[in-house]
Design a protein around this ligand. Structure first.
Ligand code: V0V
Length: 136
């Protein structure tokens, strides 16, 4: 099952500019940053409040053919995904497949900070790109 909201992902054109915007206007600061070559993203996790709850994930394209670049081209910057924490990403994906939802990957891929991730196609989840995250 879904344990909690892990993070909300926001597509941004420029990661450094977005980090400055979030710090200056909302007082939210980066707690983790990395480039994920496979996903074609530069990403930063921002903590909210005491940092114990869900995070904001800023996602910037690392190359022009990436999922985030395509999203920004079509929709502009903004909310791109909603991610839930799960204990076992394969079990969670199997349960959703059994209900007829399309998962994007046959086997989990590497996500932020060594997590294992998969996604439900947004067309099968009411227009929301749903991510499943099994933390490292
Ligand atoms: C596309 N659509 C979306 C959407 N992206 N709807 C809601 N939210 C989104 N993010 C809609 C789009 O408007 C079209 O609707 C339809 O889906 C297109 O479907 P498609 O042709 O099958 O797919 P594409 O080529 O538009 O690609 C969309 C998907 C792609 C979701 C398949 O973005 C993808 O593979 N995403 C998973 C990987 C990812 O997002 N990586 C970046 C984050 P109409 O026009 O047909 O109505 S990496 C990450 O989160 C990490 C590392 C982490 O959390 O650790």
């Amino acid at each position: 099952g879904l344990l909690r909201i892990d993070h909300v992902g926001i597509a941004v054109a420029d990661l450094d500019e977005a980090l400055r915007f979030y710090a200056e206007n909302f007082g939210l600061h980066c707690v983790h940053q990395e480039t994920n070559e496979e996903q074609g993203v530069r990403e930063a996790m921002l903590g909210v409040g005491d940092g114990s709850g869900p995070r904001i994930q800023l996602l910037a394209p690392a190359r022009p053919d990436s999922a985030i670049a395509k999203f920004i081209d079509r929709s502009g910057p903004g909310l791109q995904q909603l991610a839930y924490t799960v204990a076992d990403v394969e079990a969670a994906a199997d349960a959703l497949r059994a209900r007829g939802l399309r998962l994007l990957y046959d086997t989990p891929k590497r996500g932020t900070a060594g997590s294992r991730i998969n996604f439900v196609h947004p067309k099968d989840a009411g227009g929301v790109l749903v991510e499943l995250v099994e933390p490292a």
